[in-house]
Ligand binder design. Sequence first.
Ligand code: GSH
Length: 261
Amino acid sequence: MSLTVYGHPASQPSRTVFWACLLGELPFVLGNTAESILHTNGTNPRGQVPSITDGDFNLSEVAAIVWYLGQKHDWKNMYPEDLQEQARVHQFLHMHHHLVRLATYHLMAPHVVKPLNFPPREPNPLSLFQTQTMLRAFSEENPHEAGGRIVTTMVKFLENSYFFNESSFLCGGSHATVADLVCYSEIGQFYFAKLFDFTPYPNFTRWLTAMRGVPYHDTANAYNIELGDILTKPNTHARFSRAGKKGMQALIDTGLASEAA
Ligand SMILES: N[C@@H](CCC(=O)N[C@@H](CS)C(=O)NCC(=O)O)C(=O)O
């Protein structure tokens, strides 16, 4: 029975699901086109991506999806077998939703979403937290500086509280785990977008290099690579659409992802 992933390369948690499937060499059908970011085909009652259908089983939430696929397909590295390393991955993932996830809304969205001036639509009532966070970020006098301060706090916290035993990865060990994929989708995106200077942070600097060496890095991040420097070159609809298409095509080019029939 085939796996369908509803997601889009511009969506941080979707990128994690895509990257995890590629690392697990797991074939999947893309449930979206580049034009339709939030089409979940009713598989996620909350109306968000990513979500999956595996046969007649529907699942949403990046951490739950990757855990499920990892258990089903016996992915050893992304969820380490060592109990304490695995517990740290969970510690990161539980913290992520109310902290690291907000990096996107405070620093990326003012550069990527705000300039596009999407026509107002009824906000998703089940995304109250994200909507309010983003509107607050947009209304700052200098959204870039305000977002930068928030991301600095997050990066300092991770720099000092993760990277156990001087590992190149967040939770210790010698492999990128789900926590690294999730964090890279949020914090790593600033590297491509030139929105944050990581040089004062040796753990993050080491991590960024290590993550670039993880298989399928350029594929999973093709959207960000194409979007490029968003600090000095403000976003446009054409650029956003081109980056989305590049991201989708990169997935298809692996031979593991295919378009829905
Ligand atoms: N907690 C969810 C967050 C998913 C999420 O934020 N999805 C965004 C796209 S990146 C979305 O679908 N936003 C539209 C909405 O909330 O209506 C996860 O980790 O998977």
